[in-house]
Design a protein around this ligand. Structure first.
Ligand code: FEO
Length: 394
């Protein structure tokens, strides 16, 4: 990847990973990603903000060479996860005078994860500043976005917030700045859902903390730079708010068509009541899209056939993942079909212990759905409508 200039003396020197399709061996990346690293040349000191994934460190080194960087005084590490810190040892080898600036918690993690020697570090406290000569960095602790050690750096003279994962998006693009807002919005929302949503409370606090700065630009460590910061700040305000939308997410598996028949009927029943429905066949669905849908929805309905004595394993996986991601759902229910019995309801409701939700009466039937089963689905749709009227702002 070629380096790009954000402002005079400030460069994006990281790498685009067009081909990566999985992160943490868990998260699908349909649009690839980037590992953004930024170089700031001050009149007296030169600093590198984060590095790149180790698989791309040759691209970072090539960019520094193209820029004629002979010396790096400091490497700021905002986050110990290896997609940003993994090339620090190589940078320290190539620029032996460089010191790593970070907070004590991140230092400890970098020593554990990358075996960086203790004497290579300078630790900074929350709010501490560092002069590069004509430019000043201010370090702000922003814990739990999304690890406990995460922090951000504010470049005072230019009003640029370097936020690391905070506000990021897994989007490979040659555009330095956001150009296609709808695409950037969807990517950032998906990223929020997959990475940040479990830490909604911490994000609320950190958002209030960072907007005390006069931010003119946000440069995250994944995806394009926001030169209109209110675009992503407003989006985050919406996602982390307690407001839910008049939406039902249906996550289902059907083996022989009975559960699918129930899902199809139920989707129509909800639509007839003016409720937005997003339905995911878990055998085919992109789990990241499911996560994204869960950001706003008021209700999740899980639909499963009974397999042996419990839910289909793909449904259990989706429920487990939902529990991990802690969306702001208000209601959950279950529909499905069984042949001879089982503990599907107890199993699913027992796997959602992190969620502060009301479980609405499930509709679990024997065999193929019959007239009275459709009536039960209508009753559940009525109940969801009633519940939504109590929590959804019109
Ligand atoms: Fe992009 Fe948490 O690393």
């Amino acid at each position: 990847m070629a380096f790009r200039e954000l402002r005079p003396g400030i460069y994006s020197v990281g790498a685009i990973d067009w081909d990566r399709r999985l992160f943490d061996e868990l998260i699908p990346l349909p649009d690839g990603t980037s590992y953004n690293s930024y170089l700031i040349k001050g009149s007296e000191k030169t600093v590198l903000l984060d590095t790149v994934d180790p698989t791309k460190e040759h691209e970072l080194l090539a960019n520094l060479e193209k820029l004629g960087v002979k010396n790096i005084d400091y490497v700021v590490s905002h986050h110990a996860e290896q997609d940003h810190s993994g090339a620090i040892p190589t940078i320290l080898k190539n620029y032996p005078m460089a010191k790593v600036i970070t907070n004590p918690k991140c230092k400890s993690m970098l020593i554990d994860l990358l075996l960086i020697p203790d004497d290579k570090f300078i630790t900074v406290s929350d709010g501490e500043t560092l002069s590069l000569g004509d430019k000043t960095l201010e370090f702000t602790y922003t814990p739990w976005v999304h690890w406990p050690e995460t922090m951000s750096t504010f470049l005072k003279e230019e009003g640029i917030l370097f936020s690391c994962d905070f506000f990021g998006s897994h989007l490979a693009t040659s555009d330095l700045f956001v150009t296609e807002k709808p695409r950037a919005y969807e990517s950032a929302k998906r990223y929020y859902a997959e990475i940040m949503m479990p830490f909604r409370t911490a994000i609320k606090k950190n958002l209030e903390k960072i907007i005390n700065h006069n931010i003119k630009m946000i440069a995250p460590s994944h995806g394009p730079v926001y030169n209109e910061p209110e675009f992503i700040i407003d989006a985050y305000r919406d996602w982390i708010s307690d407001q839910v939308k008049n939406e039902v997410i249906i996550a289902y598996v059907s083996m022989h068509g009975s559960t699918k028949k129930m899902v199809d009927y139920f989707v129509d029943a909800l639509m007839e009541r003016g409720i937005t429905v997003k339905s995911f066949n878990l055998i085919k669905a992109d789990i990241g899209e499911l996560a994204k849908a869960l950001v706003d929805a008021a209700t999740l309905v899980v639909a499963s056939p009974m397999v042996l004595v419990g839910s289909h394993p793909q449904v259990i996986y989706a429920a487990f993942l939902t529990n991990m991601l802690r969306p702001k759902l208000k209601f959950v229910s279950l529909i499905g079909s069984y042949g001879w019995g089982g503990k599907m309801v107890e199993q699913i409701s027992g796997s959602l212990t992190n969620l502060n939700v009301e479980i609405l009466d499930p509709v679990v039937i024997k065999g193929y759905p019959k007239e009275e089963d459709f009536k039960s689905l209508d009753r559940l749709a009525d109940e969801i409508l009633k519940k939504h009227k109590g929590v959804v702002r019109s």
